[in-house]
Design a protein around this ligand. Sequence first.
Ligand code: SF4
Ligand code: SF4
Length: 322
Amino acid sequence: MSCKKRDREKDILEEAQGEKSSRRTFLKGLSIGAAAASAALVTGCVPGADAAASGELKLRWQEFFKKNYRLMTQEEKEQTVARLEQLAALKSNPDLQIGTESPIPGVLYGYAFNITRCEGFMECVTACVKENNLDRKTNTQYIRIFEMEPGQLDPGSGDGQYYHEVPVDNKFYMGTQCFHCENAPCTKACPTKATWREPDGIVVVDYDWCIGCRYCQAACPYYGRRFNWGEPEIPAEEITRKQHYLGNRIRPKGKMEKCTFCIQRTRKGQLPACVEACPTGSRVFGNLLDPDSEIRYVLKHKKVFRMKEELGTEPKFWYFID
Ligand code: SF4
Ligand code: SF4
């Protein structure tokens, strides 16, 4: 192989690894490097490159050409998570376990938030950040807690950035996050079908099919989505290692992300991290199809309302008062 070809191949690998990497920038390199890399894939080796780099290039190449998650067979899902685990290990992140748990039959998730109990401590926010491997540098958060005046019901008119001791007399607190709408405008806005609603009601994103156009974010009436401008920076000892492909796996740069009702936990029968962390019991989560669930009890016996009901988005997130 000529030096020129080898250099180009190195460039492609660096682009794929690098800070500026994205599906689109990687694609730019294809026309020039395709011949060399295809040969490498066919033969299973890259002449002249060291074994580790050629192995990584092969993994990245296979990852790049994988299908949308919804079109993958179970075997293909297992292959892709195995590749992602190997790539993470090459980046000094061993021991990640990326799951592909499917929706549980007969389960439709719902969430309720007690506005008379929440005292604004934000333990839920901290737990969510940790559980979902959110970027510490930009302080990205899926949950927002608003301090509200009595009589207000629109978080937009509350204080979402308070920084003082709580609770404050004569105020109440209201949390928002993705509401997992049944008729979700965000999923309709996506040009690459990278986001959709699962049968258990969880609205998910295939991070590898997201092209970062942010149409979905503009379409969400609840400020439910977050765009990552950089790969998350998380101290190694704080990384949550039990992950889900559609959930808390560490997102590549330039992707849309959001609350997934902690899919990596809830599809294993656990509560979302925010529900578990809340010290006041303000958060209720469960199966809307189970008549004996706590969420059904709340919907039947408490005064409930949903935000911007008039839009017809049918959120699976209710507010209630005792
Ligand atoms: Fe989509 Fe926003 Fe509804 Fe979440 S709250 S499902 S991001 S429209
Ligand atoms: Fe965050 Fe999980 Fe709660 Fe969603 S359900 S807000 S992802 S902790």
